[in-house]
Design a protein around this ligand. Structure first.
Ligand code: TA6
Length: 312
């Protein structure tokens, strides 16, 4: 008698609960026990755990879980800007707004749903928002967790007002690492980057991989769609695949800046690294009715697998 395959009950694939502030958060689960959590505050992924229940994203022990401040960690959605420019807050307002669950989103390709636990969120500007940024948009965000534990974020931003607008964007991804001094990034070699520590001056990456021994705050430009972040101690690699996101922000605050941030532990720079799929150097311009899609896929593979994998 064959064993009947465990029928994956999609009712437990997605659960809506309350977060620390009584704001709805969605828990996604896969049959193997992996999970992800996203708060309707900011549409922010606040947790991504593997099948062993191990947390893969960093969250500061001093994070301020009080709107409108974005929780320091997870994956804040930075829109319509990333970095200081104009009257908006540094990384835009999307991560400080209340999103809604969209039960009837415009369809995505079947592969973006098939066999996945997913939720669709929606952000539209309020009258108040339009005073600060006078462009009417619909921002649809799908977060999905696949059977193999891959976490995918798909942003679709549509211009629904009568004139073009431009924006920059980043998935501000706080990865949890064992020891920043034993982490290397592959896939950014030879690229130009803007150095936020030198008035965004442009440099060219000389190293054969990026390693860390001091504060790094850079925007790598026109990168490939595949970036690897190798955690030596854990012998595991984060693989970041992206589409529609030409740039990569790499940020570690190191000791001095860590001490200067109220919502960040003095030593926590050792256990985190931001590697953000982004569109910054060349802002995206949308004509009326046009839509932009930015896709990010995060997975974790054993490092031995990854270095061979990346070599080919
Ligand atoms: O480049 C990344 C960065 O802009 C850093 O300069 C630092 O400000 C970091 O983002 C955190 O920004 P946040 O607004 O999340 O505190």
């Amino acid at each position: 008698m064959g064993h009947s395959a465990a029928v994956w009950d999609h009712r437990t694939a997605i659960e809506v609960t309350k977060d620390w502030n009584g704001i709805d958060q969605v828990v996604l689960r896969n049959p193997q026990g992996a999970s992800a959590r996203v708060s309707l505050h900011g549409g922010q992924v606040t947790s991504w755990r593997n099948e062993q229940g191990e947390e893969l994203l960093f969250t500061s022990s001093k994070a301020i879980f009080k709107p409108p401040k974005a929780m320091r960690g997870g994956i804040p959605i930075c829109f319509p800007q990333f970095g200081n420019c104009g009257s908006l807050e540094q990384h835009g307002f999307a991560r400080n707004k209340l999103w809604t669950i969209d039960n009837n989103p415009p369809p995505l390709p079947p592969n973006d749903s098939h066999g996945k636990s997913f939720v669709d969120l929606l952000l539209k500007p309020s009258e108040e928002d339009l005073k600060g940024w006078p462009h009417s948009f619909e921002f649809r965000l799908r977060i999905s967790l696949a059977a193999d534990g891959v976490l995918t974020l798909i942003s679709r931003i549509r211009n629904i007002n009568g004139r073009p607008f431009s924006f920059s964007f980043a998935y501000h991804t706080y990865l949890s690492v064992s020891d920043i001094s034993e982490v290397r990034i592959e896939g950014l070699e030879t690229l130009d980057y803007l150095d936020n520590l030198c008035q965004r001056e442009r440099f060219t990456e000389q190293g054969d991989a990026i390693t860390f021994e001091s504060e790094v705050d850079r925007v790598y430009l026109s990168s490939s769609h595949l970036i690897a972040v190798l955690d030596h101690e854990k012998k595991r690699t984060f693989v970041i695949r992206k589409e529609g996101l030409p740039d990569v922000v790499v940020w570690n605050p190191w000791d001095k800046k860590s001490k200067a941030m109220a919502d960040f532990g003095d030593e926590e720079y050792k256990q985190m690294l931001c590697v953000d799929g982004a569109a910054i150097e060349k802002p995206i311009t949308l004509k009326p009715g046009e839509e932009w899609t930015g896709r990010l896929e995060l997975s974790v593979v054993p490092s031995s697998f990854c270095s061979e994998y990346l070599d080919h």
